[in-house]
Design a protein around this ligand. Structure first.
Ligand code: SAM
Length: 275
């Protein structure tokens, strides 16, 4: 195989989703860089590969990254992650950037990613979407992150964990009222379960529960700006007021909704006074 870096996608739960080309690449490269060698050992067995592995993750020392870069200028090195596509909420971005900067050939054996798999069966608009990875675990930071995405005219895609799902849905229902959401669990596995419903309904349904397994959470786009209701503007103002002073919150919502600053400011003051 020609020297270079091969970004190889693996399954997200069902080994049958390993592509023929990904398996072939894993059999032929000189080295497989991976997150957890125990997880990748299973993948290599499924691919019929006996190639050596080397662990590579976010906290790998700079010297280890240098050694990998050096190897891929002379040999074929694959990068895989524990599930799905490397770099998608997984390590690899710095490695790819550095490889490209050094003129190392970078190629892909594409395959599954939970975000795209979930989007494709959610029933939410798929013409425009924004993948936002994991929301912050702490409530205040999570609210800030949601508020910052409130007006993005696209389906939002998040990765989530069972223990945090209920709190996350509660925050989404409060800050993005009226939107449709989707909870997609255990995709491609035995207990795959997908539910699409108004976000408030999802918040009720999962309140107090810690569903098992892996989860993708999606939120449909906001309604067309022309049809924005007062309630939606108020919700956006409340979200903005959680993290900004009145003037700034009003200015940001006014520009997002195309309404006058004066109108947004007086609404913001009224909302603040109402507590
Ligand atoms: N690189 C992976 C990809 O391409 O999808 C994502 C890795 S990220 C560290 C792991 C998260 O992806 C999980 O916490 C979950 O949110 C999501 N995920 C992975 N596999 C999944 C599955 N089978 N069903 C639902 N979500 C999944």
């Amino acid at each position: 195989m020609s020297p270079g870096l091969y970004i190889v996608a693996g399954p997200i739960g069902n080994l049958g989703d390993l592509t023929a080309r990904a398996a072939d690449t894993l059999r032929r490269v000189d080295l497989v860089a991976c997150e957890d060698t125990r997880v990748t050992a299973k993948l290599l067995r499924a691919a019929g590969s006996r190639r050596p592995m080397q662990s590579y993750h976010q906290h790998s020392p700079a010297a280890a990254t240098e050694a990998l870069l050096d190897r891929m200028s002379r040999e074929a090195v694959a990068l895989v992650s524990d599930a799905g596509t490397p770099l998608i909420s997984d390590p690899g971005f710095e490695l790819v950037r550095a490889a490209r900067q050094r003129g190392v050939a970078v190629t892909t054996a594409p395959g599954p990613s939970a975000a795209i798999a979930a989007l494709s069966i959610s029933g939410l608009p798929s013409d425009r979407f924004l993948f936002a990875g994991f929301l912050p675990p702490k409530d205040h930071a999570r609210r800030q992150a949601i508020a910052a995405l409130a007006q993005v005219p696209a389906t939002l895609i998040f990765y989530e964990t069972g223990p945090r799902l209920a709190a996350c849905l509660a925050a989404l229902a409060e800050l993005l009222p009226g939107r449709t959401g989707c909870v997609a669990r255990e995709l491609t596995k035995l207990h795959e379960a997908v539910v699409t419903a108004p976000v408030a309904e999802l918040a009720d349904r999962f309140a107090g529960s810690e569903p098992k397994g892996e989860i993708v959470l999606l939120i449909g786009p906001p309604p067309e700006q022309a049809a924005e209701s007062d309630a939606t503007v108020d919700a956006a103002l409340l979200a903005a007021l959680a993290t900004m002073p009145v003037g700034k919150a009003a200015a940001s919502v006014a520009s997002a909704f195309g309404i006058s600053r004066g109108e947004a400011y007086s609404r913001a003051l009224a909302l603040k006074a109402a507590g």
